[in-house]
Design a protein around this ligand. Structure first.
Ligand SMILES: Nc1nc(=O)c2c([nH]1)NC[C@@H]1CN(c3ccc(C(=O)N[C@@H](CCC(=O)O)C(=O)O)cc3)C=[N+]21
Length: 286
């Protein structure tokens, strides 16, 4: 059974088209959605991601502003930059590119972003609302995975979903969103004994461990859906996922490739959240 390869680039493009239409409607009302991206230091990977985010904004008419700060910037200065962006009417979304240098308290930085502008969905307020099923900005990567499943016609209700990884930005919220759609969710992680015995029971596996080719055919039940959130780089700087694609593809029913799977969806949902935030300001003005 060869699997159907889920094309995140194509699904992302389709969603971006409808987001672009909403941007056009906002502009008719005199509002240009604006995203501020804060980049600290000069990590080459972060620079590439940030450039991709800016290009994607431009392509659909979202204004994007890059705030570049040196590696040695003080936490105080970074917090002041965020507060000033919180107060700007032309900025509807604020994203602080992670990871941050070690001398800066990431939790404090994220908590300083106004929840109204937290288009990453990382702040304590956003996370709390998500847990309660309230209206909020959903974290872009798990949100993107839910859209991939939906657009691929995969109904998660009643399915057993196994999430591998428990990070604040992917694993934990991923399980929540699946649970909200009536999946039965199992969380697994680096301290889970005999992982294959658990993942073998999954109808849907979401791999978000950050280890290249970690999920092999021994982990996968034939016919399972396999979503690869991994973005590892090999020695030649080539992008590789957490799933051994060559091994797993023949037995899965659906699988996401890396690149071209979850990655493009993360950016798509960032654009989506930013436009949502701009629309929300219009509702508040009324
Ligand atoms: N505050 C914050 N928010 C983030 O959302 C955030 C972050 N910090 N820090 C870093 C990670 C990583 N991330 C990616 C987004 C898109 C691709 C992506 O588009 N990948 C393409 C390929 C890109 C390439 O070839 O390099 C793909 O998978 O097809 C990858 C990774 C967002 N992150």
């Amino acid at each position: 059974m060869a699997s159907s390869i889920i094309n995140g680039k194509e699904i992302g493009q389709e969603i971006r088209k409808s987001v672009a239409e909403r941007v056009a409607q906002l502009k008719e009302k005199g509002v240009t959605p604006g995203l501020a991206v804060i980049l600290v230091g000069d990590n080459p990977a972060s620079q590439t991601y940030v450039r991709n985010k800016q290009k994607s904004c431009e392509a659909i008419g979202i204004f994007s502003e890059l705030v570049k700060l040196p590696q040695e910037v003080s936490e105080q200065e970074l917090l002041e930059q965020i507060r000033s962006l919180n107060n700007r009417n032309d900025i509807h979304g604020i994203l602080v590119q992670l990871p941050l240098p070690k001398h800066i308290d990431e939790d404090k930085v994220i908590a300083t972003i106004s929840p109204e502008k937290d288009v990453d969905g990382f702040s304590p307020v956003s996370v709390g609302k998500m847990m309660l099923g309230q209206d909020t900005y959903l974290p872009c990567t798990p949100f993107g995975v839910m859209k991939l499943l939906e657009y691929s016609g995969i109904d998660v209700a009643g399915k057993h979903a196994v999430v591998v990884g428990r990070s604040h930005i992917v694993g934990k919220p991923m399980g929540q969103l699946l649970l909200q759609k009536d999946a039965t969710v199992t969380y697994t992680h680096s301290k889970t004994p005999d992982l294959p015995s658990i993942t073998k029971q999954a109808d849907i596996i979401v791999a978000a461990v950050g280890r290249p080719n970690f999920i092999t055919k021994e982990h996968v039940k034939p016919g399972a859906v396999v979503i690869d959130v991994g973005i590892n780089r090999d020695e030649n700087n080539k992008l590789i996922g957490d799933v051994n694609f060559a091994e797993v593809e023949p037995i899965a029913s659906h699988i996401t490739p890396v690149p071209g799977g979850v990655g493009p969806m993360t950016i798509t949902m960032l654009l989506y959240n930013t436009v949502q935030s701009a629309e929300n300001t219009l509702l508040q003005d009324k």
